[in-house]
Ligand binder design. Structure first.
Ligand SMILES: [Cu+2]
Length: 143
């Protein structure tokens, strides 16, 4: 197997390209810090909301649900139609994210593992449970 990193160091052109790429990353990082500082100093949630809204042209808004202490977090999550939702189980026992009405089900998620499911295409409010511990409830909102 050829290591791409090694291949780069043997070619001047590739090395220069790699350096330029690293420099671009640094510029992005600095810009990111500046943005963060600006957001903090103004302490305006409106600014953050506007920034988030400007990225609405991106594909389906994905979601992430975490399970800890027999509880879904966040208890209610909003995603785009057809979005991929990742569920991470941070408990010591298996859990599921199951919605019989919406037709999504992760199946058993072992402790420390993650699984994904696809959100319904139809906008709506979909309650789900853990099929193993049916008192565990959460809500997936598609909008
Ligand atoms: Cu469970």
């Amino acid at each position: 197997m050829t290591d791409p990193a090694q291949t780069q160091t043997t070619s001047h052109r590739s090395t220069r390209k790699g350096w330029a790429h690293t420099r671009n990353l640094a510029v992005v990082a600095v810009f990111g810090v500046a943005l963060t500082l600006a957001a903090c100093s103004s302490s305006s949630t409106a600014t953050a909301a506007a920034a988030a809204g400007s990225s609405s042209s991106t594909p389906a808004k994905a979601g992430a649900i975490t399970i800890k202490n027999f509880s879904f977090s966040p208890g209610s999550i909003t995603v785009s139609p057809g979005a991929t939702v990742t569920v991470t189980n941070n408990d010591q026992v298996a859990h599921t994210v199951t919605s019989s009405s919406a037709g999504f089900d992760t199946g058993d998620i072992s402790p420390g593992q993650s699984k994904t499911f696809t959100a319904p295409m139809k906008a709506g409010k979909y309650p789900y449970i853990c099929s193993i511990h049916q008192y565990m409830t959460g809500t997936l909102i598609v909008s």
